[in-house]
Design a binder for this molecule. Structure first.
Ligand code: B1N
Length: 838
């Protein structure tokens, strides 16, 4: 579609009621939106109507910045980061936009003068749960930081109709419920049907010779799907930059099934429409695993092709020659989920835009960069060749050709090393043939990064070792970070205000400035305030738990929290072994002096991951027994908070005393919850895994509870031959814990319920719980000791926060900009560009 220049429209002043930030103006605008957009008046308005009216009021204020940003980027054809991710776990938009616009307090006052409560309205928002966990949330933090640092960027992904399932707990078991996040409408997005694109799937290819006598390939697809972009503005913190998150919905093209339609096959045509729409129907609920499902590959090519076609459209619109695609865009691949971009960009340049192979390959490599997020072998994506060919016949040809050239390169660098060729090939030929997506991403990108120092080192030494030897210059580390706007300013206003009252508020944009807090660590008044704030927040969570779970919790107990996806490598069940250890000590000696603790868990398990679900059941079963045993006398409480989400996380991090980061060393690529907890003043008990290593380096070993085997020790133990039964037989407390579970004590006498879990521990224990058990218990005993010295604990808490500066996603993004993206900021002035340039 053409844009029509219209100077009358361009000269319109945007009305004050759509941009003004005064309380009076906000009130007027709110009522106006309630009436004209939501179609309601106060007498009959529901809470959701009020939420919508407020959301539109805030969106109007974003639009002015959004349009200014778009105009300036277009005029200057600014270099742009394109962040491709199958997941964006944005969390609720309203509160975050209020913080970033700097109007939280004005809006709170405006709605309160209208007799409403802002917290109530914030609670009303259905969050877009378009991600599983850390990987999707990282993408969201990075969008926040790019906007805050005024970096031109586009996030590209899928607008799933159903995001991550809602979790209910019934009889202690996880039950999944579809997430209908769109059912009340989404006020934050704007559909852009004028920028729809088409994606081909299936069918076959044909070779032909073009009018210049060149060999060409034509792809005759079985199916064509339409992608429609839905844009959401991403505002930076106190900047005018509003970047775009562009999510694609799949639709059936109107024309495609007319054949079927006209021949009277109405239901066949509708069927085809439903098949198309399936592509953006639901998020795959797996974190750290891949199953090689056809629909998932179709989702990947769908959003990748839509996004690359969109970038090419922008290149043309800005009069950039296609040969300079890589100068206009740098495309970051968030794991291998968008790695098909390597073949798709080649295909678009060669088949659709007549470019030669060598030039297309050079542009592809210069444009793409790959971030790896996992060391788990089961998470490395591979697609059976037959499936791949049936969906993407042309891409398979291109991958074969890339592979041919690549293996020639390998041969030249390592002559006579056929084993290496086999290991590095883009095609796994050891049994059934597979396409290896991580290899494709490595070959097609100019940069390969891990997400924490240890993770990058392990990639180089192990998982991607051959690629490191081949292309050492491509490898680099980018330790993850989190946005302090959402995870401090918005979620922990009390601590934010205390900190800002002492050191000013520069830390919100320059997190390293938190260092200035160290000057107050010996100030008794400050320490007292610090402690009262933590205590007040804990009281709030106590009330919430009372309401949600009907459990009364002692606010003076240690709030010991493990909140993350359920996975055996993350070892929530090691935490369970500790709880039962304490329980056994109490049962053996009811008057024992134990530092009171509340164990809080939150997190979802992949629906098909039986063991993870059994661990959830175990925790809930322990909770039932421990919380109701009179011998325990409220010294221990176990709480499973259902349906963990971003909204929920924001409530939980600020209330934590102790953060559990206890994965088996060498398994957690980075972790980001570890950063959010520490930033909110929790102390960490953790293994030397992922970013824990760097957190400990920053906050100081004396302010961190470290335990357990290191990654090299893990490998060594496994190489020696690990025998979990030996630990069981030689460790009295451990044996008692396992026997207690086996006896049916937590399962109403049922000795079979947890047998699969116990068998797996006793006979395999892949994640070395038994090997780390004693070290964990000793470390926890030390935690309990230290907690009794409240002054010491407070001091450690303050020092943790003061030294967390490195873990801002702003720092991560600055590093990406410098080392990978080669991109500068483009500040946005308001007002200079909405009017037409005469
Ligand atoms: O990515 C996070 C890291 O902090 C975590 O350590 C890491 O586990 C997480 C397949 C994944 N890695 N891989 C995934 C997600 C969805 C899916 O379908 C894999 N998630 C991570 C951010 O770097």
């Amino acid at each position: 579609m053409q844009t029509v220049p219209n100077h009358q429209v361009e000269n319109l002043q945007i009305e004050d009621d759509r941009t003004g930030l005064s309380v009076e103006c906000l009130k007027r605008a709110f009522l106006d939106n309630l009436f004209y957009v939501q179609g309601k008046f106060p007498k009959i308005a529901t809470k959701n109507d009020y939420y919508m009216a407020l959301a539109y009021t805030v969106r109007d204020r974003l639009l002015q910045r959004w349009i200014n940003t778009a105009v300036i980027y277009t005029e200057r054809a600014s270099r742009t980061v394109s962040y491709l991710s199958a997941e964006f776990l944005m969390g609720p938009h309203l509160g975050n936009n209020l913080v970033n616009l700097g109007i939280y307090d004005q809006v709170k006052q405006a709605v309160s003068e209208l007799g409403l409560d802002l917290e109530d309205l914030l609670e009303q928002e259905e969050e877009p749960g378009l991600g599983n966990g850390g990987l999707g949330r990282l993408a969201a933090c990075y969008l926040d930081s790019m906007a805050t640092l005024e970096i031109p960027s586009l996030g590209y992904g899928i607008r799933y109709e159903f995001g991550i399932f809602d979790q209910d707990i019934r009889d202690g078991w996880q039950v999944e419920i579809t997430d209908k996040w769109l059912h009340c409408g989404n006020p934050w997005e704007i559909a852009r049907p004028e920028w729809e694109v088409y994606v081909k799937l299936g069918g076959h290819t044909e070779a032909y010779t073009d009018e210049h006598g060149r060999y060409r390939v034509r792809w005759i697809p079985y199916q064509v799907v339409k992608g429609v972009p839905h844009d959401t503005p991403i505002l930076g913190y106190k900047t005018n930059t509003a970047n775009t998150l562009r999510l694609w919905t799949a639709e059936a093209p109107e024309s495609f099934d007319f054949g079927a339609f006209n021949s009277g096959d109405y239901l066949g045509a509708v069927q085809a429409k439903m098949v198309s729409e399936n592509l953006s129907k639901v998020l795959y609920p797996n974190d750290d695993s891949s199953q090689g499902k056809r629909l998932r590959l179709a989702q990947q090519i769908f959003f990748v092709s839509c996004s690359l076609q969109d970038m090419i459209r922008i290149v043309f619109r800005q009069n950039v020659p296609l040969e300079k695609f890589h100068e206009k865009f740098v495309v970051q691949l968030n794991d291998t989920h968008p790695a098909i971009a390597v073949a798709e960009l080649m295909r678009l340049l060669i088949d659709e835009h007549d470019m030669g192979w060598d030039q297309a390959w050079s542009i592809t490599q210069k444009s793409l960069a790959y971030t790896n997020h996992t060391l788990l072998p089961e998470a490395l994506e591979r697609w059976p060749i037959s499936l791949f060919r049936s969906l993407l016949p042309r891409h398979l040809e291109i991958i074969y050709e890339i592979n041919y050239h690549f293996l020639e390169e390998v041969k030249a660098k390592f002559p006579g090393d056929s084993d290496r060729l086999r290991r590095m090939s883009l095609i796994d030929e050891s049994g059934e043939k597979y396409v290896r997506m991580a290899h494709l991403a490595c070959v097609g990108s100019h940069s390969i990064n891990g997400v924490a120092a240890l993770h990058t080192k392990l990639l180089q030494q192990d998982v991607l070792r051959d690629f490191y030897q081949m292309y050492p210059e491509k490898f680099n580390n980018k330790t993850n970070g989190v946005t302090p706007r959402r995870f401090m300013v918005l979620s922990n206003p009390r601590l934010t205000n205390l900190i800002s009252s002492k050191i000013g508020d520069s830390w919100i944009k320059h997190l390293k400035d938190l260092k200035k807090l160290e000057a107050f660590v010996d100030d008794p008044e400050f320490c007292h305030q610090w402690r009262s704030i933590k205590s007040a927040i804990k009281h709030d969570l106590v009330a919430y738990i009372q309401k949600q779970n009907g459990i009364s919790v002692n606010p003076d107990s240690i709030f010991d929290i493990q909140a993350k996806r359920f996975h055996e490598y993350k070892r929530q069940h090691l935490n369970a072994l500790h709880i039962i250890t304490l329980y056994n000590r109490i049962k053996a000696n009811p008057d024992i002096d134990i530092t009171p603790r509340t164990f809080i868990f939150g997190g979802k398990a992949a629906p098909g991951y039986y063991m993870a679900k059994l661990i959830i059941k175990l925790l809930n079963s322990i909770a039932d027994v421990v919380n109701n045993d009179p011998d325990v006398r409220d010294r221990l409480k176990v709480v499973f908070l259902k349906d963990y989400s971003v909204k929920f996380a924001q409530r939980v991090y600020p209330a934590a005393d102790l953060s559990e980061q206890i994965s088996m060393a060498g398994k957690e690529a980075s972790g980001t919850g570890n950063m959010k907890f520490a930033l909110n003043g929790a102390l960490t008990i953790g293994t030397l895994d992922g970013a824990n290593v760097e957190i400990r380096d920053e906050v100081g070993a004396e302010n961190f509870f470290i335990f357990g085997l290191t990654a090299p020790e893990v490998y060594a133990l496994k190489a020696r031959g690990y025998r979990p039964l030996d630990y069981y037989h030689s460790n009295r407390e451990l044996k008692a814990v396992i026997d207690r579970i086996a006896s049916g004590h937590f399962s109403h006498g049922d000795t079979q319920l947890f047998k699969p879990l116990l068998d797996s521990l006793l006979h395999r224990d892949e994640y070395l719980l038994f090997a780390d058990y004693q070290a964990y218990i000793d470390c926890q005993d030390n935690v309990s000791q230290v907690y009794r010295d409240r002054d010491r604990w407070t001091r450690m808490s303050i020092l943790n926060v003061a030294r967390m500066g490195k873990f801002s996603s702003d720092r991560s993004i600055r590093d990406y900009c410098q080392d990978i993206w080669n991109i500068q900021s483009v500040p946005i002035e308001l007002g200079e560009c909405i009017q037409a340039k005469e």
